[in-house]
Design a protein around this ligand. Structure first.
Ligand SMILES: Nc1ncnc2c1ncn2[C@@H]1O[C@H](COP(=O)(O)OP(=O)(O)OP(=O)(O)O)[C@@H](O)[C@H]1O
Ligand SMILES: [Mg+2]
Length: 261
C-alpha cells in the first residue's frame, strides 16, 4: 500500500541559505510519527513544502499518492491533509466554538450561490456544530466552548487549534509543535489524546516536537530525526534512543534521563 505521505530528497533554498538539504521519509496509514530536530534545522520549512506554502527547490512530495508540487495549499487540504502552524492562529474576539466553525483559509466557496447546487456533499451547519462539540469532547475541553479565544491560556489555545485542524476529518494531520509552551501534564495529555485518535480513527499524524527526551516517551510509532536540513535517522523510539549519532547530537549520552522543558 502506498504511503499517505511520501517526501523524497526534499531540498529548499532561500537565496544562499539551504534550509532543507535532503529530506526523505514517509508516513503510512494509521501511523503516529514524530519529526524532531534542533532550532532552525528545517522542520517547519519541510511542513511548508508539504502543505504547498513553499515550492521546493527540488525533490518530490506525494500526498495520498499524488505529486503535489504544483498544488496550492487549499487543493492539498482538499485531498484530506490539514496542518497547524507553529504560532497558533485563532480569532481572539470569537468564542472557541465559533473558531472551530470557521472553515480553514481558502475553503470558502468562491460563489455562495453555486454552493446551493452542491447538494449534500457539504455537512450542514447543524452537523458541523455537532462535530465541533464532538471534537472538543475528544480533547476533553467541551466546557471551554463559549469562552472567548482571548481568555484562553497558551496551552488551551493550542488545544483549540488542534481541534480546528480536526474539523474537516482529515486523513493526515500535520501539527507544528502542538505542545510548545504547554505545561508538562497537559502536553502529555495532548499526546495521549493524539495516540488515541490515531488508534480509534486510523488517521495518520505527523507531529513536530523540539524536545527529544519528551517525544521518546509519548508512544509515537516512529521518529524522523533531522539535523541541519538532513534526516539523521528514522526509527522507533527504541532505535532512536540507542543510535550513536543521535545520542551524540542530541542527548549528550543521557538517553534515559532528563526532564522535558
Ligand atoms: N521564508 C523564509 N525565508 C528565509 N529563510 C527562512 C524562511 N523560512 C525559514 N527560513 C530559515 O530556514 C532555516 C530553517 O527554518 P525552519 O523554520 O524550517 O526551522 P525549524 O526546524 O522549524 O526551527 P524551530 O525549531 O526554531 O521552529 C532557518 O535558518 C530559518 O531562518
Ligand atoms: Mg519550526
Amino acid at each position: 500500500m502506498k504511503p499517505l505521505l511520501s517526501v523524497k530528497n526534499l531540498r529548499m533554498e532561500f537565496g544562499g541559505l539551504v534550509a532543507v538539504k535532503d529530506v526523505t521519509f514517509d508516513v503510512k496509514k494509521g501511523e503516529f510519527i514524530g519529526l524532531i530536530g534542533p532550532n532552525g534545522c528545517g522542520k517547519s520549512t519541510t511542513f511548508n513544502c508539504i502543505s504547498g506554502l513553499l515550492q521546493q527547490t527540488s525533490g518530490t512530495v506525494e500526498v495520498f499518492g499524488e505529486d503535489v508540487s504544483d498544488k496550492r495549499p487549499d487543493q492539498i487540504q482538499k485531498l484530506g491533509m490539514t496542518r497547524t502552524f507553529q504560532h497558533t492562529r485563532l480569532w481572539k474576539d470569537m468564542t472557541v466554538i465559533e473558531n472551530m466553525l470557521v472553515p480553514p483559509r481558502k475553503q470558502f466557496s468562491p460563489n455562495p450561490f453555486l454552493s446551493l447546487f452542491r447538494g449534500r456533499s457539504r455537512p450542514s451547519e447543524k452537523e458541523r456544530l455537532a462535530n465541533a462539540f464532538a471534537v472538543l469532547d475528544q480533547l476533553e475541553v467541551p466546557h471551554m466552548a463559549h469562552n472567548l479565544a482571548s481568555e484562553l491560556s497558551g496551552g488551551q489555545s493550542k488545544l483549540v487549534d488542534i481541534g480546528r485542524s480536526m474539523m474537516g476529518s482529515p486523513d493526515l494531520l500535520l501539527l507544528d509543535e502542538p505542545v510548545a509552551g504547554v505545561a508538562g501534564p497537559l502536553a502529555m495529555k495532548i499526546f495521549t489524546n493524539l495516540r488515541e485518535l490515531v488508534d480509534t480513527t486510523g488517521i495518520s499524524v505527523l507531529v513536530i516536537e523540539h524536545n527529544m527526551d519528551f517525544i521518546l516517551r509519548q508512544g509515537v510509532d516512529r521518529i524522523v530525526v533531522m539535523n541541519e536540513g538532513e534526516v539523521l535517522m528514522v526509527g522507533t523510539p527504541e532505535e532512536v534512543k540507542s543510535n550513536r549519532a543521535v545520542i551524540e547530537a542530541y542527548l549528550g549520552g543521557a538517553a534515559d534521563g532528563g526532564e522535558e522543558e
